[in-house]
Design a protein around this ligand. Structure first.
Ligand SMILES: [Zn+2]
Length: 485
């Protein structure tokens, strides 16, 4: 048995070694020049950091479509190569936003403002004053102690903390969202925060709500309105919040190489980045272009070159679908939309390869991260060694990680992410083209080709669920529910 297997392996390696030579149509020098052209273009000032839903994203999309056409891919979007997906980014405060206390009407932004977690809605009723709204039996603090008849009331809550605010405030876990959720449990139909502590900051007024909302109106009241709500006689109160969501569109670019095969390999890379900063940026200066050369012009360039290589390849046992994904930085939006609105038969998808940040291989100590190796037993065939052409292979098991392979894994598709890792300057204005290691990226493109090549004869590979505790360190999947008021 053992000997046979060794022989089989030798034959297999020989066969694939020959295939590798045949499939690589570009010299390293040509490949390097192409990668440089793509990254220099996508990460240039003109593309303004390619934020989803902006002009920069559109320019990048046009560039990628041109490349896909030139290579000879067939359009596989909804409108030619393009698949639009809607997303909500922030909101405006609508006309229905109001606050009445007794007969007094108050002005939005001047006397009060909705908080980020508020839902839309209008509520009229009596108020109930519940101190800080904190129930903390551990800390022997309960603002609800002795309070009855709270059902269907509008709760008035102090936004500060029982003890002065500081790094070691023992109540700091009781943020406003938490207090709102507890108020709801106690019967609140709306919450009005006030702040009587002059040493404490008022809650943020910047009205975006890209994260999970609660189900009741939540506002912050100041000045006379706050005074009346704190200690006046209040006979009735009306709170209304009218959220006008700002709807935008992102664009996936999808092209296919049809080999009349039964199975399709999906290769993806996100081309969007952070624009001028904003959410997700780790840069703290004035708004400035985040070029995103490594993240992820590098992966987009690799995607384009893999399309070219696979077009020329003799690996014809799969069809190939190339997707330049958008909305990744805003929370894997493009890949999530694609798996829910696929333009191909998802049952025929063999596996997915996601390329995210492959431009910063460390010279001298080349380490390539391959995340998601547990998503199929077949990956062992593809990466049977820990070093490929001087590049050390470092794998993680989990199918859930901080990039688009996650969306495919969650759709029960074997999925990997290739990455040279998180570099200095990640998600800042420092991620620029001059820092790209092009020789390193050439090696990575070759390693991905080698893997695809090795799986050419494997048929449809098996999906395997992973223990999802393991994710790449430092990076997080952008979440929609983590920010606080
Ligand atoms: Zn990123």
């Amino acid at each position: 048995m053992k000997k046979l297997r060794v022989l089989a392996t030798v034959l297999f390696v020989l066969a694939t070694a020959c295939a590798t030579v045949k499939t690589v149509s570009l010299s390293d020098k040509q490949l390097k020049a192409n990668l440089k052209k793509h990254i220099s273009t996508l990460a240039s000032d003109q593309f303004e950091g390619r934020e989803t839903g902006t002009k920069g994203e559109q320019l990048a999309a046009d560039y990628i479509v041109t490349q896909f056409k030139e290579i000879g891919l067939k359009p596989k979007g909804e409108k030619e190569f393009i698949q639009n997906f809607p997303f909500t980014e922030g909101a405006n405060i609508g006309k229905g936003t109001q606050l009445y206390v007794n007969a007094n009407s108050y002005k939005v932004n001047q006397d009060f403002y909705p908080l980020q977690s508020s839902s839309s809605g209008i509520v009229t009723g009596y108020i109930a004053r519940v101190g800080y709204g904190i129930y903390a039996p551990f800390l022997r603090h309960n603002d609800y102690d002795g309070k009855t008849n709270l059902t269907k009331k509008i709760f008035v809550i102090e936004s500060s903390y029982p003890e002065s605010k500081g790094a070691h405030n023992k109540f700091s876990d009781y943020d406003l969202r938490q207090r709102v959720e507890f108020a709801k449990m106690r019967g609140a139909t709306a919450v009005i925060f006030i702040n009587s502590d002059t040493t404490a900051d008022n809650p943020e007024s910047d009205f975006i709500h890209r994260f999970t909302q609660t189900t009741i109106p939540v506002i912050f009241a100041k000045g006379d309105a706050a005074k009346l709500l704190k200690e006046g006689v209040v006979t009735n109160c009306t709170v209304g919040v009218d959220i006008q969501k700002i709807e935008k569109k992102g664009h996936n670019i999808i092209g296919c190489l049809n080999n009349n095969a039964n199975t399709t390999v999906v290769i993806g890379a996100h081309y969007d980045h952070l624009g001028y900063g904003g959410e997700g940026s780790l840069y703290s200066g004035e708004p400035a272009i985040h070029h995103g050369a490594d993240d992820n012009a590098s992966g987009t360039a690799a995607l384009i070159e893999l399309a070219r290589a696979l077009k020329a390849s003799s690996d014809k046992k799969n069809n190939y679908l190339f997707i330049a994904l958008s909305g990744e930085e805003k929370g894997l939006l493009g890949s999530d939309y694609f798996v829910k609105h696929p333009t191909i038969d998802m049952k025929a998808v063999n596996y997915m390869i996601n390329i995210d940040m492959v431009g910063r291989l460390k010279s001298g100590d080349e380490v390539l991260n391959i995340n998601g190796i547990g998503t199929s037993p077949a990956w062992i065939t593809a990466f049977d060694t820990s070093v490929i052409n001087h590049v050390k292979i470092k794998t993680t098991i989990s199918g859930v990680g901080p990039s688009d392979q996650t969306s495919f894994y969650l759709d029960s598709i074997p999925a990997l992410q290739f990455s040279s890792g998180i570099m200095s300057g990640y998600h800042t204005t420092e991620d620029t083209e001059n820092k790209i290691n092009y020789d390193g990226e050439v090696s990575i493109v070759r390693i991905i080709m080698r893997a695809i090549d090795r799986l050419n004869n494997s048929g449809k590979i098996a999906f395997q669920k992973t223990d999802n505790a393991e994710v790449m360190p430092k990076l997080k999947v952008p979440t929609k529910g983590k920010r606080q008021n």
